[in-house]
Every structure is written in structure tokens, then in C-alpha cells.
Write a protein of this length. Sequence first.
Length: 383
Amino acid sequence: MAFKVAERGAIAPFIVMDVMQAAARREASGRGVIHLEVGQPSGLAPLKVREAARHALLTQPLGYTVALGVESLRTRIARHYAHAYGVSVPAERICITTGSSAGFLLAFLAAFAPGDRVAVAAPGYPAYRNILQALGVECVSVPVGPASRWQLSVEVLKGIEGKLDGAVVASPSNPTGSMLSAHEVAELAGWCELQGIRLISDEIYHGITFGRAAATAAGLAAAPHAVIINSFSKYYAMTGWRLGWMVLPADLTRAVECLQQNLFISPPTLSQIAAEAVFDCLDDLEARVTAYQENRDILLAELPEAGFARLAPSDGAFYLYADISDQTGDSRDFCARMLDEIGVAATPGVDFDPYEGGRTLRFSYAGSKADMIEAARRLKAWR
Ligand SMILES: Cc1ncc(COP(=O)(O)O)c(C=O)c1O
């Protein structure tokens, strides 16, 4: 008897996970790896987070929470918007999610129907494309480059043929680290609103910026239908706690609540309790940003000497996206050789860009300073 595998489930792999697997195999065979592939903070979660979790583990039953998440955490996040951005966001429109990954699933399900068309930047975070595909939503991958600072812009969106139902932007972006200015965020959000295009703003790298702060699309009077997605995985250094949040427009809040009730029941309870403490750890979190900046500066100084001279801006996040077209047209093979020959893991651009990704790769500098120095040394010797 032949069983079918549904076509919508046959989405592309998240290639960085495959690279991590190859790196793990190498480590298991006793050969070390410098991890420039992984886009996550290293080290422990902030102390107060761990203490809050310990206390909750010992004293609380940790059952389900209400579907939109623990009220005190939602209120704390609303306060964060007032404090960090000076915008007013009602706690009732904040939904806590199982990482921002669940936020994307919930937002896409609530906002888009099968056959709708949603624009995403190429290069961009691969899961946008792959989740949309699984939901039967057409992902319109829009090539971007230096002309729009690697971001979608009103000009870029105007150039797309056919009707658009949505657009996903990320600032700072993965993999390029490029950012939209406050003016650009407002312009994009206002234009999308007027066109009836649902803007999904991925703000998960907010906080990890070098120089100017990232602008939020939350609370913009001109964009009341935008969805804002954020996470505790990056700036807040709570990656494996699997927690994120959304700021929802009024028309989607109930739909997302019902979806969450049925798909997840509630986000992880222990993580929700612990996450409230992370807003009291800003000194610790800022010290991490300083370390990322030092790592970035080391790589910016060293990589050109290793043959990686053409790099996207890296205004924020912890990535450097390199054009390696002078070295290869097959970034997957290039990264496999780099791992095999010098033990440095990086992510091939094919993960992020269906058009040009064979000629690019991404380095993550979320690791230790010592790893950056050693990686640069090996890459220069490998050249
Ligand atoms: C741009 C972007 N959005 C979303 C995510 C998903 O993160 P999480 O589910 O841990 O919040 C990632 C993870 O790397 C990312 O880079």
C-alpha cells in the first residue's frame, strides 16, 4: 500500500541546521569546529532569568497559561515599548508565542489565505519562504542588494508585478545585518497600509545594533494593520527557552488567540515566568552587544585579507554576508570544504537566496572573541 506524503509538507530544509549536523559529526569524531554558522548567542541566559526559573520550578505547578500568554509578561512587554521606543502598545494586543517561529505560523495563518502573494527579500530568512509554502501561500522572493541596502523598500515593492497581499521585512536583517531607518519603516508601513498589503515586521534582532537603534513598526498610527514579531532568542539570549511575542492589529487578535488555543494551547509556562526577569538584566544584555560589536570589528578587519572583501553592511544582528562569486558558484560545496579542511563552519547563501545564494555565504559572529580570532587566522591561511 502506497502512502502519500503531502506536497505542502515537502518544504526545503533549513540548510543551516544541516550544516550544524555536519559540524556535530566532525566534533563527534574528535575534530574541533569553530562555529560561525550558528545564529544564536552563546553562554548562559542572564542570571536573574535562571533564578526566576529555578524559583518557579520549585514552587509552581507550571500548568498551561491562557493562550495569549501570562498577563504580567504581556504588560511588561507593553512597558518595554513605552520605555525603549516611546510608543504605546496595549497589552491586550500582545500575544506570547513559542519563539518567533510560532509567531510567523500564527500570523501567516491568520492574515493570508492559500493563493495569496507575500513578498520577502532575497536574501532573507529562509523560514518565511518555507512556512508560506507549507501554507499554500505564494512567496514572492524579491531580489534586493546594495541599491536598497539589502531591504525591501516602497520602490522595490512598486516594481513587483501582480497583486500583493503581504510583505515581510526584517530590520536588522538575517543574513545581511542591514537596517531600515525610522523614516523607511514609516514609509513602508504607511504605503503597505494604503495598498491593503499586510506588513509583517520581523524585529527579532532589535537591541543588537551598532550605532543607531532599530525603529519599530509597532504603534504607528499610519499602519494599524501591521503585525510586529519579536523574540527572546537573540538580544535577550534565551534561545532555547522558545519564547517570542507579537504585537497584533485589532482585526487579527481574536483569530490568533483561537489559533494559538488549538495549535499550541499556550506558550511554555516556565519560559514565560523567567522571561519577565530579563527586562531587569539590561546591563548584562548590553555587555553582550558590545561583545558582538568587537567580534564584528575583528572580522571586518580580517576577512578582506582572507579573500572576503565584499560584505553587506552589518548594521546590526550578528551576521556578515559575503559575496564569494570570485571564488565559487557553489556555496554549499565551498562551505563543506571550509568545514572539512579548516574546521570553520559557515552557512551557504543558498539558504537565504534562491537566486544568488550559490555565490554568497553567511558568517555568524555570535560566538566568542577567541573563536573570531582563530577563525580569521585559519581563513587567511586557507586562502
Ligand atoms: C530573522 C529571523 N526571524 C526569526 C527567527 C526565529 O527565531 P526564534 O523562533 O528563535 O524566535 C530567526 C532565527 O534565527 C531569524 O534569524
